[in-house]
Unconditional design. Structure first.
Length: 201
């Protein structure tokens, strides 16, 4: 089963809210979406109910704090154990990414209105935390001079340590050090780095 995550903000097959939350997917060419409706809940929409669980698994890689999923009728599809959400300062966070896309910064203004709206996955690291995802939201917190965000402690594959080493080579030790670039520059620089890294490994 081929699952493709949609990474754009304009696609008539999906709702605007789900697009901005990066909760849209194509499964064998058919559209499915997950819309976050609270700190821990989301609604799943799409044609074939049989693929919902696969979509949910894919989605939770990026949003592990979402533990309760409903269909469009409000019936529970899947429920996971509640995860602990903690507040951590930006100074405690070591990024594993070097760039953020200015187009994404513009988009998240639609659904991030305060530091409380930001929940990212992190992993303990030398008395601090590595941010595993959510770097655009972290940089948006920097732009708004928010001092702390919320986070869920997760684990990651060992590649993350190489990404951290590369970030530190570029003198990126906190979200303040991430560089905002144009959409085209982001696609060129960040995707090229990832493609070259995973081609070797």
């Amino acid at each position: 089963m081929e699952i493709q995550r949609i990474d754009t903000y304009a696609d008539s097959r999906f709702s605007e809210c789900a697009l901005f939350q990066h909760g849209c997917f194509l499964v064998e060419g058919k559209p499915y979406e997950i819309e976050i409706i609270s700190d821990f809940e989301a609604v799943v929409r799409g044609e074939e109910k049989e693929v919902y669980l696969k979509i949910i698994e894919e989605f939770r890689f990026y949003a592990p704090h979402i533990t309760k999923f409903y269909n469009s009728r409000g019936n529970i599809i899947k429920e996971y154990s509640t995860v602990f959400i903690k507040t951590i300062s930006l100074e405690e966070i070591q990024p594993s990414q070097f760039y953020v896309d200015e187009e994404k910064i513009f988009a998240i203004q639609k659904f991030v209105h305060s530091a409380n709206d930001i929940i990212i996955p992190v992993m303990p690291y030398k008395g601090r935390y590595i941010s595993l995802d959510g770097h655009t939201r972290l940089y948006y917190a920097v732009l708004n001079e928010w001092k702390a965000v919320r986070a869920v402690v997760e684990s990651s594959d060992v590649y993350i340590f190489d990404f951290v080493k590369e970030a530190q080579k570029r003198e990126i030790y906190t979200p303040q050090g991430i560089k905002m670039v144009s959409h085209s520059e982001y696609e060129k620089k960040w995707y090229q780095f990832c493609d070259e890294y995973f081609k070797i490994y």
